[in-house]
Design a protein around this ligand. Structure first.
Ligand code: PLP
Length: 399
């Protein structure tokens, strides 16, 4: 039998790391309980003395949540994964674990709007400074000072799908770290790529965050966040999460665990559907540009091919005629659904200036490279011919 860590992602997503005969249910029961009864007060005393194996309270730990977390860690080939109530809970708890008042962090200029607005509107009032760097990394090294505690980025970015060369970023940060003799935590939001297409931990990143609401959950029926990495770092964030309280609930963990069984099937299909859609839409006369990491026309195509094994399920297009035509295009679709999220089995479309990137000034939109005619398409697992016909019919209506 293969060593458990040698199994492929699809096998680990179904079985976790618990191979071998075990009597009991095939699926994981939902421990839908807020707290756990003790056998006797010996359990409480053991807990009070620091024995972490005792189940106390679901905000601390719960078997259903732990089972899904162990499958997630297996998929990522890492020591530990923990779940949160949402991707934003994972992001905020991670930041506040490592950056405190008086400290600074660096963030990529182009980010998911919710993350950016949290950095812009909330961190300064907590006494945390944020500076921004470009995805070509030219302004990264010189902005890192002894106050820098964390570097945060996405690759590919939401919704513009620009890429950061992860190995190069790690090299730059580690060199500065050595010079300044201080530890800097590198965090990536890997929501768009997922571990099927890209493993940033193997490229030297410290912590990977994913909105599990998206491709990990995959059915548009749950909210969750996941954080992956070495136990020594994850345990610090776990401790913070107990007090911040944005922890997972057992039913969500059950749904997510169920979704992981088809993770590889779903995301592979999203990858292949997305590449076909990107290639075909590039030929349409009403489209200004199609952005997809695995299209040779993508400015960061070489980086994408170097660090990703699949291009992911998101294609971003810019239709001719600006936001008026973007609205007409989206409203004429019959198969794809006009909705805010992404990563579901169903194809979802949204207009970034009205969704992910609302409440940004024109200057900020320019910095994020978000344009009015842009439509983000999260490709689902539907039949490819049905999707192509839907998009083409809708584009043919534009003038
Ligand atoms: C790239 C990215 N990161 C983080 C989030 C936040 O995740 P959640 O909505 O699960 O809090 C989102 C949500 O759209 C996202 O697209």
């Amino acid at each position: 039998m293969k060593n458990k860590t040698q199994h492929s992602i699809s096998t680990k997503a179904i079985h976790g790391t618990k191979f071998g005969p075990r009597r009991g249910p095939v699926t994981t029961p939902i421990y839908q309980t807020s707290n756990f009864r003790f056998e006797d007060s010996g359990d409480a005393i053991r807990y009070a003395n620091g024995d972490e194996s005792v189940y106390i309270y679901t905000r601390y730990k719960n078997p259903t949540i732990e089972e899904t977390e162990s499958k997630l860690a297996a998929i990522a080939n890492t020591e530990r994964a923990i779940l949160f109530a949402s991707g934003m809970a994972a992001i905020t708890t991670t930041i506040h674990t490592f950056v405190t008042a008086g400290g600074e962090m660096l963030a990529l200029k182009s980010l998911y709007g919710g993350t950016y607005r949290y950095f812009r509107d909330n961190l300064s009032e907590m006494g945390i400074g944020v500076k921004y760097f470009s995805n070509n990394l030219s302004d990264l090294a010189n902005q890192i000072t002894s106050k820098t505690k964390l570097v945060y980025f996405e690759s590919p970015t939401n919704p513009t799908l620009s890429m950061v060369d992860i190995e190069s970023l790690v090299k730059v940060v580690r060199a500065r770290e050595k010079k300044l003799k201080s530890k800097i935590i590198i965090v990536i939001d890997n929501t768009f790529a997922t571990f099927l297409n890209q493993n940033p931990l193997s490229l030297g990143v410290d912590l990977v965050m994913e909105s599990a609401t998206k491709f990990l959950g995959g059915h548009s029926d749950l909210l969750a966040g996941a954080l992956f990495g070495k136990s020594s770092l994850i345990s610090k964030v776990k401790l913070k999460s107990k007090y911040f309280g944005g922890t997972a609930d057992p039913f969500m963990a059950f749904l997510l665990g169920r979704s992981l069984a088809t993770f590889e099937l779903r995301v592979s299909r999203c990858n292949s559907n997305a590449l076909i859609i990107a290639t075909e839409l590039s030929k349409h006369k009403m489209i200004n540009k199609v952005v997809y990491p695995f299209l040779p026309s993508h400015p960061d195509y070489k980086i994408a091919k170097k660090q990703m094994s699949g291009g992911g399920g998101v294609v971003t297009i810019e239709v001719k005629g600006g936001v008026k035509n973007a609205i007409k295009f989206v409203d004429s679709l019959n198969v794809a659904i006009n909705a805010m999220s992404l990563g579901g089995v169903e194809t979802l479309v949204s207009i970034p200036v009205y969704s992910t990137h609302v409440n940004l000034s024109q200057k900020e939109l320019d910095e994020h490279e978000v344009t009015p005619g842009m439509v983000r398409i999260s490709i689902g697992v539907e039949n490819i011919d049905d999707l192509l016909k839907d998009f083409t019919d809708s584009l043919n209506k534009l003038k």
